[in-house]
Design a protein around this ligand. Structure first.
Ligand code: RB5
Length: 153
């Protein structure tokens, strides 16, 4: 992907892993844009998932990474946003395929689920994969249709 900006956010549970992922992203030549949280103090993950999704919709970066304890809360919030397709992953195959098939634009994972090494591999697989379009485009369009309130039968 041409645009090397990448939004990244966490809550308190994901904070320490997020800092490591930020360093990893820099080493890969990306420009991470951190939307917070900025400490280990307890906070509410929806705030940071929202901020990151708004940033994508404003065009600050094409992709984002969200880290909380499980990755699940972040993904639930992110998927409420129109145009956001967030995938909570803890294996590298899914992290790659969700870009290739689902055109996911947000990767979520949990600091209490994956270690640093696996987190880096998830990021590497997600960022190096490319959306394949073709037969998958019809299905991604159907996700958008559901988002727009069109009932699919
Ligand atoms: C915080 O304790 C935890 O609930 C949060 O990080 C996340 O795992 C929610 O899905």
């Amino acid at each position: 992907m041409e645009n090397k900006n990448i939004l990244i956010g966490s809550d308190h549970a994901g904070y320490e892993l997020k800092l490591k992922v930020i360093e990893h992203l820099k080493e890969l030549g990306y420009t991470p844009i951190d939307v917070g949280n900025d400490s280990l103090e307890s906070c509410d993950y929806p705030i940071f998932a929202n901020r990151l999704c708004e940033g994508i919709k404003e065009g600050k970066a094409p992709l984002g990474i969200l880290v909380c304890g499980t990755g699940i809360g972040m993904s639930l919030v992110a998927n409420k946003h129109r145009g956001i397709r967030a995938a909570c992953c803890s294996d590298t195959f899914s992290a790659r395929l969700t870009r290739e098939h689902n055109d996911a634009n947000v990767l979520c994972f949990g600091s209490r689920v994956v270690g640093m090494g696996l987190a880096f591999d998830l990021v590497d697989n997600f960022l190096s994969a490319e959306y394949q379009g073709g037969k998958h485009a019809k299905r991604v369009d159907m996700i958008t249709a559901v988002e727009n309130g069109n009932i699919l039968k």
